[in-house]
Design a protein around this ligand. Structure first.
Ligand SMILES: [Zn+2]
Length: 428
């Protein structure tokens, strides 16, 4: 072969290999920040986060390590924190404000599940805007949460990564009468508990939610609804299926039995006795106090159709909730951030962190409740809750120092990446 032809042949070969290589390589992004709080205890100055496809490949301060052809995103005005995790949401609860129907009545009304899921995209977008890239959604109607999770995972909907609970388990709350259809998720004895958990498992939930006391929205009573034995049955079966279990209890009794039965987290819970708090610290049971959600209800009581008496009850609950959380924090109980966000509270998810600082946490400890602790509660602490090689590229850029002032995390999110995709950009 003549030299010219050889060169031509070689260049075609090399070009072919190079373009084949390019096609196989995932897209690379290089994110430059002023500072970075990595969730592993280190604060970086002038870091560059190399992102390949949906994961963090490397963090470096060496500009020469930026791969050729990488898309460089300059966020040097900002500090990077791990994408936040809210471990208690109801993101499918959508409030159509053009309707005269009260928000809670809209959920159980004639609106079709597909319409609800479609409209709930707005909640998902607001959640991302708060820097929350992952949620644990703790009960929804009609498997709306599973539909939404799957639509988000396949890229058909933009929203946070969702770990979902389906309907959740609850005791009967209405007498049977002609025409009454018992909602899914109702379980009134140990056999029914097993059946409902199996139904949830085959439906594809990620976590089990059990309502072990009365108390929800305007009702702040906390009467225990499931016995210790019943909770224990649920915990054992959930764990056998490889699922974590979150137990809702507004009052102390359900919380006491949930902790002793081995629940992974206790939601809400006020007036918890010292022995139970000590047991939570000993076992590593997560406490998700959701203090801020009653603040949201108080702010919106007129729209919900509630009166002053209800507002007084909500405020009293906030006070007891806060005091219980303060005692639990002092006793060394692990906290995870859960907002209980639904309706237009989606987007206010991180206000819970303000309560955490008020009860004694440093901004860093509060941030951990929404990152590393929350990831541990999900069983995902090797891929969520930190910015580190191998982790999902979930990053929020905030303006200011999040370790000096918790309000920076709450109010100053300017840019968000989830799984390598930019999902919020308010930098311009
Ligand atoms: Zn809830």
């Amino acid at each position: 072969m003549r030299p010219l032809l050889i060169r031509l042949f070689l260049s075609i070969l090399i070009f072919g290999l190079a373009s084949a290589g390019r096609a196989a390589d995932p897209p690379v992004k290089a994110l430059r920040f002023g500072k970075l709080v990595d969730g592993k205890g280190k604060v970086w100055t002038d870091p560059i986060v190399i992102v390949r496809a949906d994961r963090v490949a490397e963090i470096t301060t060496d500009v020469s390590k930026v791969p050729a052809g990488a898309e460089v995103i300059d966020l040097r005005r900002y500090t990077a924190i791990p994408g936040l995790i809210d471990v208690h949401t109801h993101i499918t609860y959508y409030w159509d404000q053009s309707s005269n129907v009260r928000p809670f009545d809209q959920q159980s009304g004639p609106r079709l599940p597909a319409v609800t899921v479609f409209l709930a995209q707005e909640n998902a977008r607001h959640t991302l805007e708060a820097g929350v890239t992952t949620v644990r959604d703790l009960s929804a109607n009609d498997w709306d949460d599973i539909a939404m999770r799957d639509l988000i995972n396949r890229g058909a909907m933009i929203g946070p990564r969702m770990f979902v609970a389906g309907w959740g388990l609850a005791v009967a709350d209405a007498p049977p009468h002609p025409g009454y259809v018992r909602p899914l998720g109702r379980a009134d004895n140990e056999d029914e508990i097993k059946r409902v958990i199996r139904e949830h498992f085959v439906a594809g939930v990620d976590v089990i939610k059990m309502f072990a006391s009365t108390g929800t929205d305007k009702d702040v009573t906390g009467f225990q609804t499931y016995t210790y034995e019943e909770i224990k049955t649920a915990v054992e079966l959930a764990h056998k299926y490889g699922l974590r279990i979150a137990v809702h209890s507004y009052g102390p009794d359900g919380a006491r039995d949930a902790v002793r039965a081995g629940a992974d987290s206790v939601e809400h819970a006020t007036d918890v006795d010292d022995a139970t708090i000590a047991e939570m610290a000993r076992r590593g049971t997560f406490y998700v106090p959701t203090i801020d959600h009653n603040r949201y209800y108080v702010d919106n009581y007129v729209a919900f159709g509630w009166n002053q008496q209800i507002v007084d009850g909500l405020n009293d609950y906030i006070h007891r909730n806060f005091e219980t959380a303060r005692r639990a924090f002092r006793a060394g109980v692990k906290f995870a951030m859960g907002s209980d966000a639904l309706f237009t509270m989606c987007g206010q998810n991180t206000r819970e962190l303000g309560w955490f600082v008020k009860l004694g946490m440093t901004p860093e400890q509060a941030l951990a409740a929404a990152t590393t602790n929350a990831a541990a509660l999900l069983g995902k602490d090797k891929e969520l809750g930190a910015i580190a090689p191998g982790y999902f590229a979930d990053v929020a850029a905030v303006e200011g120092d999040p370790l000096a002032d918790v309000n920076v995390t709450i109010n100053n999110v300017r840019w968000v990446m989830k799984g390598g995709d930019v999902v919020v950009d308010k930098t311009k």
